[in-house]
Design a protein around this ligand. Structure first.
Ligand code: NAD
Ligand code: LMR
Length: 338
């Protein structure tokens, strides 16, 4: 049996370690959905998250009650439709998977009419309640929803490009998995750089930048590039009307959130691909672009260039830029006209 004195020192040590460690509140907007639920579960397992705030227009309190029973230290609270401000209050990182997913035959851009206003309204609340938060946008079409958030925050005079991220992690996760499947390697040892945006031809895998990827040529290269660009369609088709990728997306969201939290906590050298306000193709009218980005205590620290390209990859970039420019402009003009 433990003596009173031992119990007192254990309790004092606990108190010391929790008050000395970093407090990080992460909010998930759209937490009741196909991505939101598993993302919340994965974030509950992340020791860098001390408080988890789950918001949705339906179902978040139930998801929160469920996730809160997982035996990790973080606190979990669920918020109903009319409690967005409370959900956002004090959030340092906000993950947004709110919005409708695709059905077979739809493009991501077909989601614009519904998701643009959802994202705009959430961004407006963030700008008002949590203007210093790091915002991770999952809702599609990412190529347009990220510019929407930027424009809303610009209008509110609180936009900091270092704190806005389109989550393109799933493209990179898929690229590694698909390439490893061909090469017979472990995906963990088969990184692939993917740049551009997050839809069809705007997703540009740079296979030539890794030894394993460089070995894939000709028709095999074309098939692999197509599979990486249209991997999302495979899931939409297989789910047959029941939505799009949710579990692999939650994995990707949790992976990127963890990378950001590590960097915010002071870890150096954290590099992750993400769709951010970028100077790389600004002269061609493309204000946002995904490349590897070094993350730091303030968010985006350094945007890496695309790096060396093969002749085929140059052509992929040429095909990407006009489509991306159109998608970005569509998001920007939605905000200026609303
Ligand atoms: P879902 O329909 O299962 O869940 C969406 C959730 O958003 C629902 O619970 C809904 O109630 C909620 N919601 C709707 N309006 C809201 C609002 N105003 N505030 C808060 N919550 C709101 O859909 P899903 O499968 O989770 O997909 C969500 C989005 O993520 C879709 O737009 C999808 O295309 C996108 N997505 C992006 C990626 C990526 O790589 N970035 C990958 C997969 C899916
Ligand atoms: C994906 O890449 O899986 C997502 O963007 C969802 C979709 O619509 O394909």
């Amino acid at each position: 049996m433990l003596s009173r004195q031992t119990l007192r020192s254990v309790s004092a040590a606990r108190h010391f370690s929790s008050s000395a460690s970093r407090q990080t509140k992460v909010a998930v907007l759209g937490a009741g959905g196909g991505i939101g639920q598993p993302t919340s579960l994965l974030l509950k397992q992340n020791k860098l998250v001390t408080s988890l705030s789950l918001y949705d227009i339906r179902g978040a309190p139930g998801v929160a009650a469920d996730v809160s029973h997982v035996d990790t230290a973080s606190e979990v609270k669920g918020y109903a439709a009319d409690q967005l401000d409370q959900a956002l209050d004090g959030a340092e990182v906000i993950v947004i998977p709110a919005g409708v997913p695709r059905k077979p035959g739809m493009t991501r851009d077909d989601l614009f009419n519904t998701n643009a206003s959802i994202v705009r309204d959430l961004a407006t609340a963030i700008g008002r309640v949590a203007p210093k938060a790091h915002i991770l946008v999952i809702s599609n079409p990412v190529n347009s929803t990220v510019p929407i958030v930027a424009s809303v925050l610009e209008n509110l005079k609180v936009f900091d490009p270092r704190r806005l991220f389109g989550v393109t992690t799933l493209d990179v996760v898929r690229a590694s998995r698909f390439l490893a499947g061909i090469a017979g390697t472990d995906p963990a040892d088969t990184p692939v750089t993917v740049v551009g945006g997050h839809s069809g031809v705007t997703i540009v895998p740079l296979l030539s930048q890794s030894a394993v990827g460089k070995a894939v040529n000709g028709e095999a290269w074309e098939k692999l590039v197509y599979r990486i660009q249209y991997g999302g369609d495979e899931v939409v088709k297989a789910k047959d009307g029941a939505g799009s990728a949710t579990l692999s997306m939650a994995y990707a969201a949790a992976k990127f959130t963890n990378q950001l939290l590590r960097a915010l906590g002071g870890e150096k050298g954290v590099v992750a691909p993400t769709f951010v306000k970028s100077p790389l193709f600004e002269t061609q009218g493309v204000d946002f672009f995904s490349t590897n980005v070094e993350l730091g205590v303030n968010g985006v620290e350094k945007i890496h260039p695309v790096g060396p390209l093969s002749a085929e990859e140059e052509k992929l970039i040429e095909a990407c830029l006009p489509e991306l420019k159109k998608n970005i402009a569509k998001g920007q003009s939605f905000v200026s006209s609303s």
